[in-house]
Design a protein around this ligand. Structure first.
Ligand SMILES: [Mg+2]
Length: 433
């Protein structure tokens, strides 16, 4: 990396994560629980969702069903609590309000985690700042937190993980100018890197990419080919180049929705089919961009509930596909099939949509043995060509005929400006007289 990119890329992120958050909330109000093994159960007391350090040491794993560890719990007198989400939500708010005083640029990432952008804070010693954050949160709420500080969000996640497993760090690990990065990243299993996860992790391990370091050093071409732009950004992040800003998520989306209100009431099933086809095209483009397939689709249809004089019909239906796919023509076929089941004659529909869910990485693909005669490679090539042309020459340059050519149902956008930069037909024109 050249000096120039170092200068351009001068971000500093702190990831602040509450330790064993639900257990810690219980302990604040019940100090007798300190130093005791404690677990918190999910809704209906189904699974273990939070564990104290002592409970972890006794071998209680995250997410395990309660009945499976009942024996260990009784034998070791582990204290058990049902989730008290009102309490945890309120404690979370207090922690987040305090964190917001340390920087105006903050992302509330989950109930017990926040990313802080420290770039514009006038401090020189980020480690000391991290300690100050930790002290403030503990003093005001009683909740212990871990702080990981790094040049990228992905690295701050890694630093934070080391804090939790290394008491010598005293709750703060600053790797902004850390000199033994190779050794550090070599210790992080690749599937534990933020945004990579189990399925990609297995694929990478089969290619001998075992650690965060291996991933950082793997070929750009290979990563882009197998994991798309998301994988590439993770690689840059591990190299120390910030590629994910606050409020940006690196993980592939778990569900992709495309829906819109129509520009007029639609009661003709052919027009609805065009709309559903168009939404499916959009959603599947996004699906392929993140190198994923979906296993389920949901289609919904609704009338205008505010128009009290109209008959109302709102319904949605989900179906499971015979195999994971991102092949637009197939998904359109299933989506329009569902639509025709939902559709009722004589209703004024105002909105419809498609939701792709049960999303999995596109490789390794699990094929349905009964459908194996299909030429998957050819179908992939067709979709790739379609996407490439549409990226190059503008949206919908090439499209699938079922989405309709006139699209009378489309949203009214009479006041929209031209797409100067993304559509060849809407470039700025200058008349020279
Ligand atoms: Mg936590």
């Amino acid at each position: 990396m050249g000096a120039e990119s170092e200068i351009l890329n001068n971000k500093i992120f702190a990831l602040v994560d509450c330790n064993n958050f639900y257990v810690s909330c219980e302990r604040v109000f019940n100090p007798k629980l300190n130093n005791m093994p404690v677990v918190i159960l999910s809704n209906n007391d189904g699974c273990v969702v939070s564990r104290s350090q002592e409970a972890k040491a006794l071998g209680i794993t995250m997410g395990i069903p309660y009945f499976k560890v009942k024996n260990i719990i009784e034998k070791n007198d582990i204290k058990v609590f049902s989730s008290n989400y009102v309490l945890y939500g309120d404690m979370s708010e207090r922690v987040m309000n305090l964190l917001a005083k340390f920087t105006p640029n903050i992302e509330f990432y989950s109930i017990d985690e926040a990313f802080l952008d420290l770039k514009d804070i006038s401090v020189k010693d980020f480690t000391a700042y991290g300690k100050e954050i930790r002290k403030t949160i503990f003093k005001n709420t009683g909740i212990p937190v871990s702080v990981g500080i790094a040049r990228t969000k992905t690295l701050s996640k890694i630093a934070n993980e080391f804090v939790k497993h290394n008491s010598k760090l005293n709750g703060v690990f600053n790797i902004v100018d850390f000199h033994r990065m190779d050794k550090l990243l070599g210790q992080v299993p690749v599937h534990e890197v933020w945004g990579i996860g189990g399925a990609f992790g297995r694929m990478l391990m089969s290619k001998s990419i075992l650690s965060a370091k291996d991933f950082r050093d793997a070929s750009e071409f290979f990563i882009k080919d197998k994991m798309g732009i998301i994988g590439l950004r993770t690689k840059y992040e591990l190299q120390g180049t910030s590629a994910v800003d606050l409020d940006e998520v690196l993980e592939p989306k778990k569900a992709i929705m495309s829906s819109r209100s129509f520009g007029k009431y639609v009661n003709n099933v052919n027009e609805l089919e065009e709309a559903i086809s168009q939404y499916t095209i959009r959603a599947t483009e996004k699906l392929r961009l993140q190198k994923s397939n979906c296993n389920s689709i949901n289609v919904f249809l609704m009338t205008n509930h505010y128009k009290l004089t109209d008959k109302q019909h709102t319904e949605s239906k989900t179906i499971t596909l015979p195999e994971p796919t991102s092949y637009t023509p197939d998904i359109i076929k299933y989506a329009t099939f569902v639509l025709r089941k939902l559709y009722r004659k004589g209703y004024n529909y105002i909105k419809a949509g498609v939701l792709l869910s049960n999303i999995v990485p596109e490789s390794p693909i699990q094929l349905n043995v009964f459908l194996q005669n299909r030429d998957h490679a050819k179908r992939d090539r067709v979709m790739k060509t379609l996407d490439n042309i549409n990226v190059r020459f503008g949206r919908d340059t090439l499209k699938i005929a079922s989405s309709g050519l006139s699209q009378n149902w489309a949203m009214k956008r009479q006041h929209i400006s031209q797409r100067y930069t993304t559509n060849w037909n809407e470039l700025l024109t200058i008349n020279i007289s």
